[in-house]
Design a protein around this ligand. Structure first.
Ligand code: PEP
Ligand code: MG
Length: 892
């Protein structure tokens, strides 16, 4: 990416491909500079320098010299020197990592101001008040971020100054007030930080750079990275940019713009503008902004230039861009751009819009969306027909329908959600300290701030429902209540927020399926009027994916309803029918009888009763999936799961015995429960082992499958049954079961006069099976990787326990970024999958390979299975569209 030993790049030296080295902000500032757009000059200190600092505790030895050289160039360009007393160059020191982490890391503005240069700035700007306001902002920002002083102390001093003046906003403070405030701020710094506010501009800059490096590892930055799955070792770049001022009067200002609406994808003028304000005021949501379109009347020349630049950017990046800009006395400056975050719906719409505009091709369109976004679009929304009690409206900042109890601080949000309550976090505005509360909440509601406020940006990133800027609502966090006109919502009252419309309702509003689900269900058709643009885009993107994917997608389903849904959602068969689900309910008693059988006759009788029930299950399933493969897995879980709970039964028997009326059956049952009780049932009598020790069990199931297939043939159907043996560790186990199964199938074929062509295969879900896959393939026509058990046994992690016990600690320590039960562990479990697939195919070139663990519906894992050369993934019916889309994305 960069040159060895070079830690600083001028904006003219970089480009948008250098995000890893220069961070997103630095790379894009360089790109815009080279496009000839008005970017204030500056330079970027690389993420490599940050990494060195974080690893060793000090900056690379050559960094100071490099910074000095670039600073000298910058000073020459600007014709003034950093902090120079009569005409100071001021700079901002801005963080900027490879992946955007809004508001998570440090930024310091106005660096270079001092007791000395503040007068020079006043004179140059012809505005004394402005200079002193900039100086007090520097001390405040530097004090809190660099020197770690509690920000409240500055806020309190500011409030006091306002009170002394009878002022409500800081704009009403005059030069004399601000001078006094600077004095007070400096005192706070000296007292709290144990050192004076540095007067040397270069020292200010160096300390600010160091503090940006360090802000990579603050708690909130780490938490955000974990949430967003951003690796912890990337480091941040630091951008040193010549200051331009949006707070120089009414012909100045600062704003944020999108080239398209990040919520709908529509082209137009979207954004917020704040007159006479500096940089961070907009994103912080502190003062209320005006819509960007109003800039046309405020400053037509800048507005036109901005629109022109927006078009240049969109045609250059071929995507939605978001932009931060500042206008200094009528001159427009670009402070940042990046390919903008968007809602899931907008991502789909924009991708197809860009295809229609001829800007990108279908493959590129697929890269622009994700399975996670599609999953989000499948969430339910509020029922249009339901009665609802509107409290007020805000800005639709992040879509979805969220219902929960109103809470007014993060702490309560976390506490209540831990005890199982659904909560809506209600704040005037959020700041980075609210992050944990936002994660815990179902949705976020704020009364201040626009589409680009902290709450909105972070919620969109997390896929959380958010309504912001609901100004009709008065939020009082101290009294823990929300008032809307005459109505009051107290902490704990239920509210519903609609992130797609911005509406806020009292009480619970019922939710209905999303239009995207209605579309997959076949209840709504693309192109139909009520379907709308979103369904149309999803429809088209699914077609792009289906045309390109090599992986087939099957469903994990064991009943007709799921099978039919899976089929509607595009499943190309059933990859896993777990037959244990067919042994529950009323049939449990039959299983009990099977387990309790003392004699062959008793056992055969129980099996004989189960057979027709199983057969009927399969007939239905094969009919639902007519023409498509259905993999039926023989019984897997430990038998005691079908028996009563050991403690309950013991108590019942003990009580009965004390009354001297214990019944014979309970006593036998208790005996059986004791006999079958296992310390480690997951590693005990389950899977193929059951088939080997319970005579006739697997034979009965195979017979049911074979007879069901024959019955379907008879009915002119096209059953494609596959018999799958679970938890095999050695080929010998498989051979024994296989011989028996083949005898049964031949028997049914003879009796019915039909050739059934059932295929027989196995799950690969134990390390030994994976390691001896070459041998196992001798006896198997297909493998299906059971990555749940494989993860459990490769890691030695109990799949039922670890996520609740120590995974949080593991995630916090960064041992893994996501549970290996959720996303396949490529290096460990994944390596075994690869080698087993290879060994299996070496033995049997036409061996069919699938995967049916939970990972089959996980976007990242689907890409892995594509790379590993599997034939199909199998996942739960609702994940099928996600798997189809990701399989298509993996293939482009
Ligand atoms: C597996 O282990 O991955 C699997 C699909 O089987 P089950 O989850 O039923 O154990
Ligand atoms: Mg399993």
């Amino acid at each position: 990416d960069g040159q060895a030993g070079k830690y600083v790049y001028d904006f003219t030296e970089g480009n948008k491909g250098m995000k890893g080295l220069l961070g997103g902000k630095g790379a894009n500032l360089a790109e815009m500079t080279n496009l000839g757009l008005p970017v204030p000059p500056g330079f970027t200190i690389t993420t490599e320098a940050c990494k060195v600092y974080l690893a060793s505790g000090s900056e690379p030895a050559t960094l100071r010299r490099e910074v000095s050289a670039h600073l000298a160039t910058l000073e020459e360009t600007m014709g003034k020197k950093l902090g120079q007393s009569d005409d100071p160059l001021l700079v901002s020191v801005r963080s900027g990592a490879k992946f955007s982490m809004p508001g998570m890391m440090d930024t310091v503005l106005n660096v270079g101001l001092s007791d000395d240069s503040v007068a020079g700035l006043a004179q140059q700007a012809g505005d004394e008040r402005f200079a002193w306001d900039s100086y007090r902002r520097l001390i405040q920002m530097f004090g809190t971020t660099v020197l770690g002083v509690d920000g409240e102390l500055f806020e309190d001093a500011l409030d006091e100054a306002k009170r002394g003046r009878g002022a409500t906003t800081d704009v009403e403070l005059g030069t004399a007030d601000l001078k006094k405030l600077v004095k007070a701020f400096k005192k706070i710094v000296s007292r709290e930080a144990g050192r004076d506010f540095p007067q040397d501009p270069r020292e200010q800059m160096d300390l600010a750079i160091r503090s940006v490096f360090e802000s990579w590892n603050t708690d909130r930055a780490r938490l955000y990275r974990r949430q967003e799955r951003i690796p912890g070792d990337l480091g941040t770049a630091v951008n040193i940019v010549a200051m331009v001022f949006g707070n120089l009067g009414p012909d100045s200002g600062t704003g944020v713009a999108f080239t398209r609406d990040p919520a709908s994808g529509h082209q137009g003028v979207y954004g917020d503008y704040l007159q006479n304000a500096q940089g961070e005021d907009v994103v912080a949501g502190i003062r209320n902004t005006v819509p960007l379109a109003d800039l046309e009347t405020l400053d037509k020349a800048s507005y036109d230039r901005l629109l022109e630049i927006m078009e240049i950017l969109e045609n250059h990046y071929l995507d939605l861009c978001d932009i931060e800009f500042t206008i200094e006395r009528g001159t427009l400056w670009m402070l940042q751009t990046r390919v903008g975050k968007r809602t899931a719906g907008a991502a789909f719409r924009i991708a197809t819009q860009l295809v229609d505009q001829g800007l990108i091709d279908e493959a590129e369109a697929l890269r622009r969306v994700s399975g996670a976004q599609l999953a989000q679009l499948m969430f339910p929304r509020f029922d249009d027909g339901a009665k609802r009690d509107l409290l007020g409206r805000g800005i639709a900042a992040s879509p979805g329908a969220a219902v929960g109890k109103a809470v007014f601080d993060s702490y309560t949000a976390i506490k209540w959600s831990r005890s199982g309550e659904k909560v809506i976090l209600v704040r005037r505005e959020t700041n980075p300290d609210d992050l944990e509360g936002m994660i815990a909440a179902e949705g976020i509601l704020t009364s201040r701030g626009g589409k680009t406020s902290h709450a909105a940006v972070v919620a969109r990133g997390m896929g959380k429902t958010c309504v912001c800027g609901a100004e009709e609502l008065e939020v009082d966090t101290k009294k823990r209540r929300l008032t809307a006109g005459s109505r009051v919502v107290e902490e704990g009252d239920v509210i519903s927020i609609d992130g797609s419309t911005g509406r806020v309702y009292l009480d619970e509003v019922p939710v209905v399926p999303s239009p995207v689900v209605e579309y997959f269900e076949g209840r709504m058709h693309a192109g139909a009027e009520e379907a709308g643009e979103l369904v149309e885009s999803v429809h088209r993107m699914m077609a792009y994916a289906d045309r390109r994917r090599r992986l087939r997608v099957r469903a994990n389903a064991d009943n007709t309803e799921d099978a039919l849904r899976a089929r509607r959602f595009g499943a190309q068969g059933i990859g896993l029918c777990r037959t244990e689900h067919m042994f529950l309910g009323e049939r449990r008693e039959l299983v009990e009888r099977l387990i309790l059988a003392d004699t062959d006759e008793e056992r055969d009788a129980a099996l004989g009763q189960l057979l027709p029930l199983q057969k009927a299950d399969f007939v239905e399933l094969f009919e639902a999936m007519d023409g498509l493969p259905v993999t039926v897995r023989l019984l897997d879980p430990p038998l005691h799961e079908f028996l009563p709970d050991i403690t309950e039964l013991s108590v019942r028997v003990a009580l009965a015995e004390s009354r001297k009326d214990a019944n014979e059956n309970d006593l036998r049952l208790l005996q059986a429960v004791h006999k079958l009780h296992e310390q480690n049932p997951m590693l005990g009598l389950r899977g193929v082992r059951l088939g080997l020790v319970i005579p006739g069990l697997f034979a009965m199931q195979v017979r049911a499958i074979a007879e069901a297939a024959a019955a379907r043939r008879e009915a002119k159907g096209d059953p494609r049954a596959e018999v799958m043996i679970p938890l095999v560790g050695t080929v010998q186990e498989l051979e024994i079961v296989r011989d028996e199964a083949e005898r049964v199938i031949a028997d049914v074929e003879r009796a019915t006069g039909t050739e059934l062509k059932l295929s027989l295969g196995t799950m690969i879900e134990l390390p030994r099976a994976a390691l001896t896959a070459g041998q196992i393939a001798e006896a198997a026509e297909f493998f299906s990787f059971g990555t749940n058990d494989l993860t459990q046994t490769v890691w030695g992690f109990s799949r039922d326990d670890v996520e609740a016990s120590f995974f949080t600690a593991y995630l916090e320590k960064g041992i893994f970024g996501v549970s290996p039960f959720e996303t396949i562990d490529r290096d460990g479990v994944g390596a075994l999958v690869r080698s087993a697939a290879e060994a299996g195919r070496a033995t049997r070139p036409d061996l069919k390979l699938g995967i049916c663990g939970e990972h089959g519906g996980d976007p990242e894992s689907v890409h892995f299975f594509h790379e590993a050369g599997l034939d199909y993934v199998s996942c739960s019916p609702f994940r099928i569209p996600v798997a189809r889309l990701e399989a298509g994305r993996a293939a482009v």
